[in-house]
Design a protein around this ligand. Structure first.
Ligand code: GLN
Length: 273
């Protein structure tokens, strides 16, 4: 079987699980199975795929057809143009969250921010990106020890030294610490959302998804606690669910809203003053 045939076979078999993404996913899977970069595939089209690569591809396909997200199967995913290790202990980094990161980098540059906190860091995708791309001194925090460990590995993978990685409930491990910028993509799905999760989402940790009965529990807690952790002139950036803008903004005094590429409200900026 040639590399082209293997990729085509994967795309056909992936169609029921991946829909219109089947060809895209097939290319990523084939490249992983062959241990090459996706952009090397065209040059290898007519080469024979080794038996070991075919077996790896079959195993990845088997997992994918059970609904597991491609990102967990590959073990690595790109965010802000940087590679991040992903695993079932943390949310998969999403393009929506890049809106928050881009805004954070713009604000940091315009205002000369030096320090940042990535609260509920998960993979560390926000904090590591801010350290790498913005040169900020970043502290990452997460309730999950598994996420703190994953963030440490992702900082190493991207060659950045984080100021600290803390493990604890929201601001609990950050007593007495203040930052120029606080970024948070908290769990924000409601009970109703959790009851009808798309199959792929059931593989992600509920801890990273569920934001209480109405999905707003973390915004309320953050609203009560963030001011004690911001420097004068600092700012808070929150990712929100597309239907939560009004309720989330109502919890804070001075806010501004930013939209994702689909035109949905996605990020709330809260000013310290
Ligand atoms: N900060 C991580 C991300 O944006 C994890 C967020 C979370 O666990 N809710 O992907």
């Amino acid at each position: 079987m040639t590399v082209a045939a293997l990729t085509r076979w994967l795309a056909e078999r992936l169609a029921p699980a991946a829909g219109e993404d089947a060809r895209f996913e097939a290319r990523l899977m084939a490249a992983e199975a062959l241990d090459v970069r996706p952009n090397e595939l065209p040059g290898l089209r007519d080469e024979a795929a080794p038996a070991a690569a075919r077996e790896r591809a079959e195993e990845m396909l088997r997992r994918r057809l059970l609904g597991e997200p491609l990102q967990y199967i590959l073990g690595e995913w790109e965010f802000m143009g940087l590679p991040f290790l992903v695993g079932p202990e943390a949310l998969i980094p999403r393009p929506d969250t890049e809106i928050l990161c881009e805004r954070a980098l713009l604000l940091a540059k315009a205002r000369g921010y030096r320090t940042a906190l990535d609260l509920c860091c998960g993979t560390g995708c926000i904090g590591v990106s801010l350290a790498r791309r913005g040169g900020l001194a970043v502290t990452c925090a997460d309730l999950s020890a598994g996420c703190a460990a994953l963030t440490r590995r992702n900082a190493e993978k991207n060659g950045v030294a984080l100021a600290a990685i803390c493990c604890g409930d929201l601001f609990a491990p950050l007593r007495g610490q203040r930052f120029d910028l606080i970024c948070c993509n908290p769990p924000y799905l409601s009970d109703g959302d959790m009851a009808q999760l798309q199959r792929e989402l059931t593989f992600e940790p509920a801890l990273a998804l569920h934001g209480g009965a109405d999905g707003l529990a973390f915004y309320r807690r953050i609203a009560a606690e963030y001011a004690a952790h911001l420097n004068p002139g600092g700012a808070l950036l929150l990712e929100i669910g597309s239907t939560q803008a009004e309720q989330a903004q109502a919890l804070f005094r001075k806010t501004q809203l930013f939209y994702d590429y689909a035109g949905n409200p996605r990020v709330v900026l809260v000013e310290e003053t």
